[in-house]
Write a protein that binds this ligand. Structure first.
Ligand code: ZN
Length: 191
């Protein structure tokens, strides 16, 4: 039986790229690299799924002025539902994902497995029958990491394609990769 592999594209939204509310250095480049990769390797995947941070009223996830965000549990407002920067990155206009999951409407949600698509299907339901996933997107140290760890917990064989992701800081990236490796995630590249 051949392996069924999915690509999960995590939170590639302008809000997390240069020019957005909570930019990750290299975010726009990651968006373009993912677009190029999927255009030429779509046949590797049984399924392509995107996730988006889609905040309506996420409570303590957003710092309330005058409180300053601590960038651990509280953040500047970002990924606000209905705004242009919460949409998928324009570089992914031709991605044509099989499904799109949104998360974080009313609370913090780092893992794509906390989200659902327009028909209420969870990422776990969408990935039924898939035994392996490649996880890419933003940010490596946060939502990519949590999504990959949940995929391992769901029993899948998981790779993070490190050239198609970027961490919030280099140090947090190192910590995340160590945590991922010890959970059994393979850190690979798209090449
Ligand atoms: Zn968020």
């Amino acid at each position: 039986m051949s392996e069924s592999r999915a690509l999960v594209v995590v939170d590639v939204q302008p809000t997390f790229c240069e020019g957005g509310a909570l930019p990750v250095a290299g975010g726009n480049a990651v968006a373009h690299a993912i677009a190029e990769y999927t255009a030429s390797h779509r046949d590797r995947y049984a399924l392509v799924v995107t996730t988006q941070d889609w905040h309506i009223e996420p409570g303590r996830h957003f710092a309330t002025p005058p409180e300053e965000p601590d960038f651990v549990d509280t953040w500047p407002p970002h990924g606000v539902a209905g705004t242009a920067e919460a949409e998928l990155h324009p570089a992914l206009a031709d991605l044509a994902p099989d499904a799109s999951v949104r998360k974080g409407q009313y609370a913090a949600a780092y893992s794509g497995f906390e989200g659902t698509d327009d028909e209420g299907r969870t990422l776990a339901e969408l990935l039924e029958g898939v035994d392996a996933v490649d996880v890419v997107g933003l940010a490596e140290s946060h939502c990519v990491k949590e999504t990959a760890l949940d995929a391992v917990r769901a029993g899948m064989s998981v790779r993070v394609l490190s050239d198609l992701t970027a961490p919030v800081t280099p140090e947090q990236g190192e910590t995340a990769r160590a945590q991922l490796r010890s959970a059994g995630v393979e850190i690979a590249t798209s090449r």
